[in-house]
Design a protein around this ligand. Sequence first.
Ligand SMILES: Nc1ncnc2c1ncn2[C@@H]1O[C@H](COP(=O)(O)OP(=O)(O)OP(=O)(O)O)[C@@H](O)[C@H]1O
Length: 289
Amino acid sequence: MENVIELHDVSKSLKAFTIHNMDLQIKQGYVTGFIGANGAGKSTTMKLIMNLLQPDNGEINVFGLDYASHEKEIKNRIGFVYDSNIFYESLNLKDISRIIAPAYTHWDQQQFKAYVNQFDLPLNKPMKKFSKGMQMKASIAMALSHDAELIVMDEPTAGLDPTSRRELLDIFQEVMVDGKRTILFSTHITSDLDRIADFIVLIDEGEILIDKPVYELQEQYAVVKGSNELLDADTEVYFIKIERSPNGFQALTKEAAKVRGVFGKHVVIEEASLEEIMFYMKGARNLYG
Ligand SMILES: Nc1ncnc2c1ncn2[C@@H]1O[C@H](COP(=O)(O)OP(=O)(O)OP(=O)(O)O)[C@@H](O)[C@H]1O
């Protein structure tokens, strides 16, 4: 499996926030969902990947190339979607497509127009008069109209109504069918990922806590419920975080098979949702981290 993005030992310090020695590989041909709490470092990592921020240490390669000598080629092959289009504020979509088309080797004006139609976007209205959702759709239309091999999106579904979100997720699935494209996208709406993600990367306080295929997460992580008497020094080791109440405990494990073997029918074991995984992992770090 080839990696489209590779971060080796990357560190970056912003005032009160640090990414320490991050290693990350994003696989070609798959959708990777990037999740984490507010301020966890998702946008910062994506800006590093896009060379909008430069690392203090470490190496970043995209398509096996480095930005120092291949910036233009890399950017030509990436579609980037982020939550503000500050550069384009006073321009309309007609002007914007005219300006950005020559920057891309494979700009497809027909494709751009098709997305603009599909998203019901006005061509002659300045972007600053677009709603947040319309701005996001415009940004997505641009990113998908130059045959990008890698599509990096920072919260593309934020601000979209449920119908538009669904429509967009269908489009992401469509652009993935040839198996050559790669999508990395961050979101707080974890149900978006249930539909399309192949891999999940969970970041917290600038550190990657989980980087796994979805099927492994589903196999290994589980929420376990049982009575408090089952817990002692020997059994607690199977859990990442335990919540106790007078009625019993509820806990996250990443060793579902072992827990099943040890506790048998004395506990209820349920598949952990991404939200539950995020919640318990964060709780565990606040406790021990
Ligand atoms: N230019 C900057 N200067 C200083 N600190 C910054 C800068 N940009 C971001 N930060 C800080 O870095 C941390 C990570 O921010 P980042 O935007 O990467 O998080 P995020 O995971 O994308 O969060 P959200 O889900 O809220 O968008 C935050 O504490 C933020 O305040």
